[in-house]
Design a protein around this ligand. Structure first.
Ligand code: NDP
Length: 425
């Protein structure tokens, strides 16, 4: 059989619809997003912290490079690779693949977080100045961007040795630039070590809260104690990361693991974008301290709590329903049948809007920005970007669900007309 007809047999047509602006997006995004990361870090520590400042705050070459940074980063990744391989926690199976098999994944990311916390406490006890991460942030970001490119090149090359059924449905267009960007191989593994699953929640996500802690320690160095705003930002984001790792098994059914190939888009997102742009509020607060009253702090904690409640309850309800639809917590919910045999929830959280989990996530994102006050736009970068990301992600998911469920999906959309924000969108 020729390669192209083989590919079609596996649902891997070269005519696959292209996402993220196709080839143009695949050329521009790997140039533009790394520069955005560096621009945002520089801006967050400039006195003006203005996104509109002209000329923009540009770093000098010696601010961009420190040989300590790549060493630290590789050591961090190696530590988490070691913890991934440790026989800690249970082992779960992913969804059934096209060849009928299921891959096994260690569920020990939360152990990784706890062990990282112990290591950090030991380092603090030994007097290691964690606040130095503030000075090292730009060289660390440059190193993470470099590692993302190298890993993506490796992934693209090795994908040509992967079996056809191991390629992602959207990553085999035959256009090298687009395939490099979107990812050709679905589950690249070295032995049992799953590269995509490893990168998804561990070095970058845990790295994000470590950077936040470094910014808090820098504040202690500068002002003697951490500010209330810094404590809130650290606390909220730690809760988010701990929750993601506590519920790590749920990642096995997400679009990233089930559908997307592992290419530059996910590698860069996991290793560079998340840790270095999600920590912007903390790095902004080091240079731009904000006074926060207890009353305002209480209102922000309540907003984060409400967002977390909606996010966690809706995600858990769907995960429970998908794992065991006969479980007492979900049997009372109204559902509609689909031609695939799977049912769709039309009451409970998933009857409120079609993505209640995104709504909760966005409320939390707003709560992470509010401690930074209203004097600057920069701390609101995350909530703005995240709104765009989730609206785009919702559209991608909607397309996939319409293909999967056909008329049943249209019935669901009629029953639950709003996508993310009730009565608005
Ligand atoms: P979701 O958890 O929203 O899952 C979407 C899938 O759920 C659909 O493909 C469908 O899959 C199933 N589904 C949709 N509607 C229903 C229904 N009514 N009843 C039952 N099943 C339904 O996917 P995401 O991966 O986008 O999001 C997971 C979480 O991660 C979210 O909370 C999101 O906010 C968060 N997130 C955070 C990011 C960050 O950077 N902080 C980035 C991206 C996501 P099927 O029917 O096949 O089960």
């Amino acid at each position: 059989m020729r390669a192209s007809s083989k590919a079609q047999k596996h649902g891997l047509s070269h005519d696959t619809e292209r996402e993220f602006g196709g080839t143009l997006g695949a050329i521009c995004i790997p140039i533009f997003l790394p520069l955005t990361v560096l621009f945002l870090i520089c801006t967050s520590r400039s006195p003006e912290a203005s996104l509109l400042q002209w000329p923009p705050a540009l770093p000098s070459t010696d601010q961009l490079w420190d040989p300590l940074a790549p060493g630290l980063l590789l050591g961090w990744i190696a530590l988490h690779a070691f913890l991934y391989l440790m026989p800690l926690g249970k082992v779960s199976e992913g969804l059934v693949l096209r060849d009928g098999t299921r891959l096994k994944y260690p569920i020990n990311g939360y152990h990784g977080l706890c062990i990282s916390a112990v290591v950090l406490l030991l380092l603090l006890g030994l007097g290691v100045p964690l606040g130095y991460l503030f000075e090292l942030l730009l060289p660390l970001a440059v190193s993470a961007i470099g590692i993302s490119f190298l890993l993506s090149i490796y992934l693209y090359i090795r994908s040509f040795w992967a079996p056809l059924h191991g390629l992602a449905p959207g990553g085999n267009t035959g256009n090298p630039v687009y395939d490099f960007f979107i990812g050709r191989e679905l589950n690249p593994r070295i032995g049992n070590f799953d590269l995509k699953y490893f990168c998804e929640l561990r070095p970058g996500l845990i790295g994000w809260v470590v950077i936040n802690l470094g910014m808090l320690m820098k504040e202690v160095e500068l002002r003697g104690s951490p500010s209330l705003a810094m404590i809130l930002v650290n606390g909220f984001q730690l809760l988010y990361v701990a929750d993601a790792l506590w519920n790590e098994e749920a990642v096995l059914t997400t679009m990233d693991i089930v559908h997307d190939g592992f290419g530059f888009m996910l590698v860069f997102g996991d290793l560079a974008w998340v840790p270095f742009t999600y920590s912007l509020q903390a790095s902004f607060l080091v240079v731009h301290p904000q006074a926060l009253s207890w009353l305002k702090a209480a209102a922000i904690v309540a907003l984060n709590g409400a967002g977390y409640y909606i996010f966690r309850k809706s995600n858990s309800q769907k995960n429970q329903f998908r794992r065991d639809p006969t479980h007492p917590s979900v049997t009372g919910l109204e559902t509609i049948a689909t031609s695939t045999g799977k049912r769709l929830l039309v009451s409970g959280w998933w009857g409120l809007v079609r993505h209640p989990n995104y709504l909760g996530d966005l409320l939390m994102a707003l709560a992470w920005s509010l401690p930074c006050g209203f004097s600057h736009l920069l701390p609101y970068f995350y909530v703005t970007y995240f709104t765009v990301l989730l609206i785009h992600r919702e559209a991608r998911d909607e397309r996939q669900c319409r293909t999967k469920y056909g008329p049943a999906w249209d019935t669901y959309c009629r029953r639950v007309p709003y996508r993310i924000f009730p009565y608005v969108y």
